[in-house]
Design a binder for this molecule. Structure first.
Ligand code: 13P
Length: 279
């Protein structure tokens, strides 16, 4: 049994001064590809799915699949709800057995965000699960809807937020955004450094797609302990599917499935190797 909490994996990442990769999944091939990359590199990962993705990949189906993959894996895996937006969805994920949840109340006012986070923590603790929250606003969007404008995390507020809530991980906004960046982002490492100097709470970098290996390593050296990758895996799956279909007269489901899993595997493996800081 290799199902663990996000808190446990982040603690280990802290000790080894690396970051744990949190890879978004939306179907069987994505789960298979991500888990294969984790097993072949003998590296723990987080399998995650965002609430906005549940329209195409229902929680009742994806949840048990992700949990079974984690339990049957040869490496430790946490199963996480990414960007939980509603209390109903967060509660359901905990009831299904997710070992961590993110409450994204970043669009609420500071005090409201704290109140909502405290309430989720109380529920999650009853399940032995970890909680991630967000302060400031990460740009873009994590699937449909309008793009959010980046609002940088204010270091002093981050300190207060972590102290008052006792969350396991804090997602920070330092110029990062979800989706493909139109141009390479100028991440505010000075803001990250300041936040890290004020709190011991492990920090999370969202919007990993398109960030360079050097930038990841700098972020890790400044205290990032969890890095989210979604778009790059969805794109890798779609790209491999397209390549397979355009290279054959008659597409075969089994070969197509293998091609999709391979695309995700390659993307996840590439990121695992960077996050473990193997230069
Ligand atoms: P990307 O889609 O940019 O990789 O972002 C992933 C993420 O942060 C999910 O929460």
């Amino acid at each position: 049994m290799a199902l663990v909490t996000l808190g446990e994996l982040i603690k280990r990442a802290e000790k080894s001064n690396c970051a744990v990769g949190a890879f978004s999944v939306g179907n069987l091939e994505m789960v298979l590809g991500a888990v294969r990359a984790a097993e072949e590199t003998n590296t723990p990962i987080i399998l995650q799915i965002a609430e906005v993705r549940l329209k195409t990949s229902p929680l009742e189906l994806m949840g048990p699949l992700m949990l079974a993959a984690a339990k049957n894996s040869s490496v430790d895996i946490a199963v996480h709800l990414d960007h939980g937006l509603t209390r109903g969805c967060i509660d359901k994920a905990l009831e299904i057995g997710f070992t961590s949840v993110m409450l994204d109340a970043s669009l609420l006012a500071f005090e409201e965000n704290i109140k909502a986070t405290e309430s989720v923590i109380e529920k999650a603790r009853a399940y032995g699960a970890s909680v991630e929250a967000e302060l400031g606003v990460v740009g873009g969007n994590e699937g449909g809807g309008n793009a959010h404008k980046i609002l940088y995390t204010q270091p002093a507020l981050a300190k207060e937020f972590c102290e008052r809530t006792g969350i396991d991980a804090l997602a920070v906004a330092i110029g990062n955004a979800h989706g493909n960046y139109p141009v390479l982002p100028a991440l505010r490492f000075d803001v990250l450094e300041k936040i890290a100097s004020l709190t011991d709470t492990p920090l999370v970098l969202h919007g990993g797609t398109g960030i360079t290996a050097d930038m990841f390593r700098t972020a890790i050296s400044l205290g990032i302990r969890k890095i989210n990758i979604a778009t790059a895996s969805f794109d890798a799956l779609a790209g491999h599917a397209k390549e397979y279909c355009s290279g054959t007269e008659k597409a075969n489901y089994f070969e197509l499935s293998t091609a999709m899993a391979k695309g995700v595997y390659e993307n996840v493996r590439k990121h695992i190797e960077i996050f473990n800081c193997e230069v």
